[in-house]
Design a protein around this ligand. Structure first.
Ligand SMILES: *Cc1c(COP(=O)(O)O)cnc(C)c1O
Length: 374
């Protein structure tokens, strides 16, 4: 080799896209602490605290509440490969990109997916779900995305879960973007399986997926007729590693430093308080909305269904959406997101997630957009 590759020093950006979001400096500092053994008693005690803190974040007493050692997509897959058995019928609500991935997961797990579709930008329609439940009394599960990051729409998880329960279905809920940004009440809403991610409203580095399973879901997993097809994600094995009281059995090496980071993220959330975190997301969303209105920019999603942490807004007529995003990145070190699928070229996705949801970021983004659009 003629040249020696140098250390990688990333630029300092402001992350206001669909994730990852800005990492809190306390979390970056936690991540740099010395690595210890994953079976070290000090580390095991920290794992127990992570579980407790996650129970708070999810508002649940579920014993099986742990971070999967891989990103949000692996949390999604954990739910599907453990709960779907070959031949199971699953009702999948789809109103954006991530509902489509749920369908793919069901089919790969050997199940059959009944699709309940809504337009992108709309929340899941409870009436359509109810109709599907009535037409398919043999369905075993209902799956939906609480906060559709691809469109910025929030669905009524409480109502959808109540309908599923009335029809004796377990629920799988995607809370990757909702956790920490809007209310999520796992026990009160009767959610059976839920997964999230660390890099959205928890302001942590990407790479872990908090999950939680109800007692009913655990019973279904324990009484499976077929082995879970994935060895790594098989909760029957993972429970032995994360299980409480039980002697910890080696399953895989936990990502030690990533778990320091999640621990710190959850300590920060606990210090702020969930309700205060939700209120902060709402307040900054409203400030952004008002500033965007002054620039003549409107939202894709109607007001009642808007996500405060992910603002999907229409690119003004005659504006080159890619050029604006590129200039934001190059000239302002500011990242915002593009539209996906049919919405590509039509919307921007402005994230106000976790630590990035601040009055300072709202003002910075508005002033940069104002300068570029004029
Ligand atoms: C980001 C996201 C995921 C995937 O998470 P990764 O960490 O990227 O694997 C899944 N669902 C939703 C709604 C998301 O926003």
């Amino acid at each position: 080799m003629k040249t020696t590759i140098q250390s990688f020093i990333p630029p300092v950006r402001t992350l206001m896209g669909p994730g990852p979001s800005d990492v809190h400096p306390r979390i970056s500092a936690a991540m740099a602490r010395p690595t210890i053994g994953h079976l070290d008693p000090k580390f095991v005690a920290m794992m127990d605290e992570v579980k407790q803190l996650l129970q708070y974040a999810f508002q649940t007493e579920n014993a099986l509440t742990i971070p999967v050692s891989a990103p949000g997509s692996a949390g999604m897959e954990t739910c599907f490969v453990n709960l779907v058995e070959p031949g199971d019928k699953v009702i999948v609500c789809k109103n954006g990109v991530f509902g489509g991935r749920m369908q793919e997961n069901v089919e790969r797990a050997g199940g059959s997916a009944v699709m309940v579709e809504d337009d992108w930008g709309e929340p899941v329609d409870p009436e359509k779900l109810e109709q599907a439940l009535t037409e398919h009394p043999d369905a075993r599960l209902v799956a939906f995305v609480h906060a559709e990051t691809s469109t910025g729409a929030l669905s009524d998880a409480e109502r959808l879960c109540a309908l599923a329960r009335q029809h004796d279905c377990l629920t799988i809920v995607d809370a990757v973007t909702s956790l920490g940004g809007v209310p999520v009440y796992v026990d009160e809403w009767g959610i059976d399986a839920i997964y999230s991610g660390t890099q959205k409203c928890l302001s942590c580095t990407p790479g872990l997926s908090p999950v939680s399973f109800s007692e009913r879901a655990v019973q279904k997993i324990k009484s499976r007729k077929h082995k879970v097809q994935s060895w790594f994600l098989d909760l029957n094995l993972v429970m032995g590693y994360w299980g409480s009281g039980a002697k910890r059995a080696y399953h895989h090496t936990a990502p030690v430093n990533a778990l320091y980071a999640l621990h710190e993220a959850l300590v920060i959330l606990q210090e702020e308080g969930l309700e205060n975190a939700w209120a902060r997301h709402k307040q900054n969303h409203l400030a952004l909305r008002d500033g965007l209105a002054a620039l003549g920019i409107s939202f894709l999603v109607r007001e009642e269904a808007r996500l405060p942490q992910l603002n999907a807004v229409l690119v003004p007529e005659g504006v080159d959406e890619l050029a604006v995003r590129q200039r934001l990145l190059q000239e302002y070190d500011l990242e915002i997101g593009a539209g996906l699928g049919d919405l590509a070229g039509k919307i921007w996705r402005i994230g106000l997630m976790g630590y990035a949801s601040s009055a300072k970021n709202v003002a910075y983004c508005l002033s940069a957009l104002r300068a570029l659009l004029n």
